[in-house]
Design a protein around this ligand. Structure first.
Ligand SMILES: [Zn+2]
Length: 244
């Protein structure tokens, strides 16, 4: 560990850091820190320069920001503490992540190229459950509970993806596709539930009263289209309530 190679790495570490310090206005933590943090970058021990992870909820789309805060709250109500590990991600950092396991060392961690991740548009965030300050990356049981809470809020959960399960990941695109986003479209924040007027057809009034009373649906926006997942959820709630 204390061989020549280690020495070179340390020298490279400081050389990169010093160069940064001399050329840029600084905000850094050099002493005692594992990595040197300079503005948007982290200079790692081996001299590798990587973009800093952004955890700021204010870097998210306003509605995703709300959903993230609601997720934290709902989880807390269910006895699970979570923290946000990443929100907006620059295309530069996306490229660095994409390179991992391909052109740089380590395992492949993402299939998303720059511009292909909802993080690049401020529409996604990652979380991890915590207990007594310890990050519980391996507690899939907790991730599954959190995933369900997130889906109930209208988020898409990465744990439900087929090809590349991403348990910490949540996103909301308001129905837009990646193609739309690449063209510069951004989703419009949905109206607050309370703002949506209850305009149910007369023939459906009894049914509306019933689904609300039974907790099968919140009865909001009665003329909105039902997505398959919404319909399944209603059937599921009905079955849970009344058994087979
Ligand atoms: Zn993510």
């Amino acid at each position: 560990m204390y061989g020549q190679e280690f020495g070179h790495k340390i020298i490279k570490h400081f050389r990169v850091a010093i160069k940064e310090l001399m050329t840029k206005p600084i905000k850094y933590k050099p002493l005692g820190a594992k990595n040197i943090v300079i503005n948007k970058y982290i200079v790692k021990k081996d001299g590798e320069k990587v973009s800093k992870v952004i955890k700021d909820l204010d870097r998210l789309h306003p509605y995703v920001n709300k959903l993230a805060k609601m997720l934290i709250e709902r989880c807390r109500e269910n006895g699970i503490e979570i923290i946000i590990t990443e929100t907006f991600r620059s295309k530069k950092r996306q490229q660095q992540l994409y390179n991992k396991g391909r052109t740089t060392s380590g395992k492949v961690i993402t299939n998303a190229k720059p511009g292909d991740s909802m993080h690049n548009y401020g529409l996604a965030f990652d979380i991890v459950p915590v207990e007594k300050g310890k990050l519980l990356w391996n507690r899939n049981d907790l991730f599954k509970k959190i995933g369900k809470i997130g889906v109930d809020l209208g988020l898409t959960w990465g744990g439900n993806w087929r090809s590349f399960k991403d348990y910490p990941h949540f996103e909301w695109t308001g129905g837009l596709t990646l193609k739309d986003l690449k063209r510069g479209k951004m989703p419009v924040e949905p109206k607050e539930a309370a703002e949506v007027k209850l305009e149910v057809s007369e023939w459906a009034q009894d049914a509306l009263d019933w689904v609300v009373r039974e907790g099968i649906s919140d009865g909001i926006n009665p003329k909105a289209q039902v997505l398959s997942q919404g319909f399944w959820t209603m059937l599921h709630r009905y079955r849970q309530k009344y058994g087979k």
